[in-house]
Design a protein around this ligand. Structure first.
Ligand SMILES: CC(=O)SCCNC(=O)CCNC(=O)[C@H](O)C(C)(C)COP(=O)(O)OP(=O)(O)OC[C@H]1O[C@@H](n2cnc3c(N)ncnc32)[C@H](O)[C@@H]1OP(=O)(O)O
Ligand SMILES: CC(C)C(=O)C(=O)O
Ligand SMILES: [Mg+2]
Length: 519
């Protein structure tokens, strides 16, 4: 990779953690830092050591243990902050102290209550002090995008003269507009006129422009981008790392530079940060959202079936995401529908396919998203075999629950010709009942999932159970409802088994030899 690459400065653990509602402990931060190192970020801003002993401890832990990236600690221009940052990052192989102070008139006058001269003096003494402790010092001009450009140039010159090797121009309050910010960035870079520093950009998303503003800065010459996983951060958040990295990679011919990120780690890193912070990823989030590689509209699905590049500018595997999904819903067309039917193992003739498609569209109007289980039920019930044949029917059951959650159940089932009963014990009454059923039907479908929910909110609510079972590669879903949750669970299981029989028959898979000979 050339030295002209864009360095990725990840501040998930500092600015990201400043999101209202996020509070990570040291171990969680360390875990994220390991993953950021695997992702290949160049710099991890691990925290603001002067903020609290916990923050200092987390930065120290990360500096000690995480190898590869530079580990940075943020600091005001105050000596005690710089000392605290040094004490935390000094354990790392490549420590950085990141010093900041605001340079906009509004911040200097109303917040810092300092004159321009005083701010320049703060920069001089703080950067000089940091440089006496570590070789790698970054200086940030907080609220840079709203600063007087001539004063900003002066401030950066002082920082560089005192030893700062990275100069960061932040759009702290997300005020910048891309074209204007690009020009501003170029003007400041030119005014400072230093070839020996790395220019950095740090954008917030108050107007939803953080990524766009970061990218124009790269175009203007920035070679460090400060960003966070999933775009978490103060207020509306920071520029999103995954979006910047994939924009630079996807449009490399435009930017003429790239990052050193191992992009296949983007999706897992995004999930990890989401789980540990509790910040859910919206389905439509670029690059890492659930819908980023999903297509529902028929025209798009047809295009994707012909060639994915018609509607995908990135490959899901390049960001470590699950493969492209064609979601069947009311906007889907015949191409995607028949492809899914074939994928599920059914061979319908043209007439059957046309009929199934009409039924499918009706179902979509009622249901929104249609699952594979719904399609199988539709094909089996309506196209191949008429209405569902209830091969097994519940006649009676009795359960007992013992201490420690143990349960026993007796279940009576009729198969149309015979009525058979059996009993079993299990891990709770539902497990016991399912075991008793398996003894009766003499086969052992695997329970893939089991969900129970109340259909209304009153105490006499109807419980609805949804069960998915699997045998010999055949998956079937069943539902059962009752005011008694055990009965709902048994009915759902039998419903799933009955569907399994029918689907297997329709596919010519013999899954019940024992049943045929023994019951
Ligand atoms: C844009 C950004 O993201 S900036 C980073 C934001 N991050 C944080 O604030 C980290 C968490 N912060 C904290 O834990 C606390 O605010 C601390 C420990 C840093 C400081 O706490 P306190 O000493 O109680 O001060 P408080 O936060 O109330 O006020 C900030 C003080 O720092 C001053 N200040 C703000 N920025 C800077 C700076 N870059 N350099 C020097 N002084 C600064 C303010 O003028 C104010 O000074 P004053 O106490 O003399 O009035
Ligand atoms: C500390 C600085 C870089 C910052 O977070 C900002 O200006 O938004
Ligand atoms: Mg910030």
């Amino acid at each position: 990779m050339s030295d002209d690459r864009v360095r990725v400065f990840d501040t998930t653990l500092r600015d990201g953690e400043q999101s209202p509602g996020i509070n990570l402990n040291s171990q969680e931060k360390l875990h994220i830092a390991y993953q950021l190192a695997a992702l290949g970020v160049d710099i991890i801003e691990a925290g603001f050591p002067a903020a609290s002993p916990g923050d200092a401890e987390a930065v120290r832990l990360i500096a000690e243990k995480v190898k590869g990236p530079i580990i940075a600690g943020l600091s005001r221009t105050r000596r005690e902050d710089i000392r605290a940052a040094f004490e935390a990052v000094k354990y790392g192989e490549r420590p950085r102290i990141h010093v900041f102070i605001a340079t906009s008139d509004i911040h200097m006058q109303y917040k810092l209550k300092m004159t321009r001269e005083e701010v320049l003096e703060e920069i001089r003494s703080a950067v000089g002090y940091a440089k006496s402790l570590v070789a790698d010092v970054e200086f940030s001009a907080e609220d840079g995008s709203r600063s007087d450009p001539e004063f900003l140039i002066e401030a950066f010159k002082v920082a560089a003269d005192c030893g700062a090797t990275t100069l960061n121009l932040p759009d702290t309050v997300g005020y910048a507009i891309p074209e204007e910010f690009g020009d501003f960035f170029s003007r400041v870079m030119k005014g400072v006129g230093r070839e020996d520093v790395i220019w950095s950009v740090h954008c917030h998303d108050d107007l939803g422009l953080a990524v766009a503003n970061s990218l124009v800065a790269v175009k203007a010459g920035a070679r460090q981008v400060e960003c966070t996983i999933n775009g978490i951060g103060e207020r509306a958040g920071n520029a999103s790392l995954e979006e910047i990295v994939m924009a630079l990679r996807t449009r490399k011919e435009y930017f003429g530079t790239e990052t050193g990120i191992n992009t296949t780690h983007l999706y897992p890193t995004s999930r990890l940060v989401s789980r540990l912070t509790g910040f859910v990823i919206p389905p439509n989030k670029a690059v890492v959202g659930d819908n980023a590689f999903s297509h529902e509209a028929g025209i798009h699905q047809h295009g994707v079936l012909c060639d994915k590049r018609t509607y995908e500018i990135m490959r899901p595997q390049d960001v470590g995401a699950p493969d492209t999904k064609l979601v069947l819903g009311k906007h889907s067309g015949r191409h995607a529908f028949s492809e899914r039917i074939k994928g599920l193992g059914y061979h319908l003739n043209e007439e059957e396919m046309a009929k199934a498609f009409v039924l499918f569209k009706d179902l979509c109007d009622k249901k929104g998203i249609v699952s594979d289980g719904d399609i199988e039920a539709l094909v089996v019930d309506e196209i191949l075999g008429g209405a569902t044949k209830r091969t097994f029917e519940l006649r009676d059951f009795m359960v007992n629950v013992g201490a420690g959650g143990r349960g026993s159940a007796t279940v009576v089932i009729s198969d149309g010709e015979r009525t058979v009963s059996d009993a079993a014990t299990g891990n709770g009454p539902v497990d016991a009942a399912y075991k008793a059923i398996k003894r009766i039907i003499n086969i052992e479908p695997e329970l893939v999932s089991y969900k129970i929910s109340a259909v209304s909110e009153r105490s006499d609510a109807v419980g609805e159970a949804v069960v998915v079972v699997k045998l010999k590669g055949v998956l079937a879903q069943g539902r059962g409802a009752s005011t008694d949750v055990i009965e709902a669970s048994i009915k759902a299981y039998l419903n799933a088994v009955n569907r399994l029989v029918q689907i297997a028959e329709a596919r010519g898979i013999n899954i019940f030899p024992q049943y045929v000979s023994t019951v």
